[in-house]
Design a binder for this molecule. Structure first.
Ligand code: DGY
Length: 328
């Protein structure tokens, strides 16, 4: 009798969501809800697995593929896939899938919330009232920056960038963007203007980073870039931490090169409480929760499940990252 394919999931996911897998395959999960699966466990599981359902903190590199003799698919529960060695996966004939589209709106909502929270100092204000420091009305009490009619510069106009632009249009913002390719529809529909990287940096009141992490974008925002921003600018990062030089960001914030930052991502996650960024009042920091709504995270899990089911039953994956895999 042929053995059922084996699926390993690197976090505990709800039984109801993974039912299409448990009905057909042998499925095992890393049961710890908090801690990521240790690498040695991942490697042991990869040896037996036909499919892996992985999370953002899992480093899925050549070591995993080289032991995964039966491995056919890695379904990574994120739109970003910088934690997976795509080139190696393709070489080993393994499909890599991500979870685009389903998280676009939730991530854009969070990005815009971060922009608003930073501009209007919501975190400081909430703390202020809870700490019983509100004694009087004062014309400059927790004074912030306007959002409406200001200029937003979106670095990386993918689907999330476009969804952020849509929200910015609702706030009557002037929209600039920089991207590898032009987006004529977004330009036409939202009046977004394509500009060079330098123009965006110099002219924006809000610089919003939504680029994927690649060798090209790693360390893209350094002190010299912050120095070219307006001193009233607010920097928002909801893509990946290493796109920014974090030490330079601390310096730019401390020396007043820029006015503030809203950050959902960090160079090293989880960031520790004693990190210099977390000591600054002009920083709003969130623990990488861009897509973290119950509806969206469930949808992301389902996309992973559907991809695994497709590949293990001989059908094409739905959201394939390594397009070259098809011809492998
Ligand atoms: C992604 O999907 O890449 C996000 O960063 C996770 O929320």
């Amino acid at each position: 009798m042929r053995m059922k394919p084996y699926v390993y999931i690197t976090r505990k996911l709800p039984e109801a969501v993974i039912k299409p897998l448990t009905q057909q395959f042998n499925v095992n999960m890393w049961e710890d809800k908090e801690e990521p699966v240790p690498k040695e466990v991942l490697l042991e599981e990869a040896k037996k697995a036909d499919a892996l359902l992985t999370m953002l903190p899992d480093v899925v590199d050549e070591n995993v593929f080289s032991v995964g003799e039966k491995l056919k698919i890695v379904a990574n529960m994120a739109v970003g896939y910088d934690n997976v060695d795509i080139e190696a996966a393709t070489r080993y004939g393994i499909a890599v899938c991500n979870t685009p589209d389903v998280l676009t709106d939730a991530t854009a909502d969070l990005t815009f919330a971060l922009l608003m929270a930073s501009a209007r100092r919501l975190e400081e204000a909430a703390r202020f009232i809870k700490e019983d420091r509100w004694k009087n009305w004062n014309p400059y009490l927790l004074i912030g920056h306007d959002i409406h009619h200001k200029t937003i510069g979106i670095l990386g106009m993918g689907k999330i960038g476009e969804a952020v632009a849509k929200r910015a249009a609702g706030f009557d913002m002037n929209i600039l963007y920089h991207n590898r390719s032009r987006k004529p529809e977004t330009e036409q529909q939202l009046g977004a203007k394509y500009v060079s990287f330098e123009e965006l940096i110099e002219q924006s009141d809000f610089v919003v980073c939504l680029t994927p992490l690649t060798e090209e974008t790693r360390n893209m925002i350094t002190l010299s870039v912050f120095k070219k921003m307006k001193q009233s600018a607010i920097f928002v990062n909801a893509s990946r931490g290493p796109v920014v030089n974090e030490q330079d960001l601390v310096e730019a914030l401390k020396t007043g090169e820029i006015a503030g930052a809203g950050l959902d991502v960090f160079e090293k996650e989880p960031i520790r409480h004693n990190h210099p960024l977390l000591k600054l009042d002009n920083v709003v920091a969130l623990p990488h929760i861009g897509s973290s709504t119950i509806e969206t995270r469930t949808a992301m899990m389902k996309v992973c499940v559907d991809n695994i089911e497709a590949v293990l039953t001989g059908k094409p994956p739905i959201t394939l990252v390594n397009k070259a895999w098809q011809n492998a």
